[in-house]
Design a protein around this ligand. Structure first.
Ligand code: THU
Length: 130
């Protein structure tokens, strides 16, 4: 199963009664294992979580540490882009050259990298005291 296929499958489980916008995400970790997540909305809207966050949580809970590749899919006119918060979350666990595949359920795909999604990102290097 490709990463997009894994994202497409988990998207079916999304809990999105408020936006009706189901999103699926799948991560291939550097170990080769695949982790999937979907958006999980809440009646208290800010408590909802994105698909990417779910996939990252599954990866970390399983003991993997780093993202080798990530894919996201939604029923959008153009390949769905990760929100700003998810860009920062992905950057925590991925090198800048990691490929991000964005897709639509109808089969459009686009690819970018973590560095291109989040240029000038805040990272741990800024926290080193001189
Ligand atoms: N959503 C994601 O799951 N990932 C993104 O990167 C963009 C937005 C979800 C959040 C919310 O449940 C729905 O899409 C509409 O914003």
């Amino acid at each position: 199963m490709t990463l997009i296929e894994a994202a497409r499958a988990v998207r079916e489980n999304a809990h999105a009664p408020y936006s009706n916008f189901k999103v699926g995400a799948a991560i291939r970790a550097t170990s080769g294992a695949v982790y999937a997540g979907c958006n999980v909305e809440n009646v208290a809207y800010p408590e909802g979580t994105c698909a990417e966050a779910g996939a990252i949580a599954a990866m970390i809970a399983a003991g993997d540490k780093r993202i080798a590749e990530i894919a996201v899919i939604a029923d959008s006119p153009q390949p769905v882009s990760c929100c700003g918060g998810c860009r920062q979350k992905i950057a925590e666990f991925a090198d800048g050259d990691v490929v991000v595949t964005m897709a639509t359920v109808e089969g459009l795909q686009a690819q970018t990298t973590v560095a291109d999604l989040l240029p000038g990102s805040f990272d741990a290097a800024y926290m080193v005291r001189s």
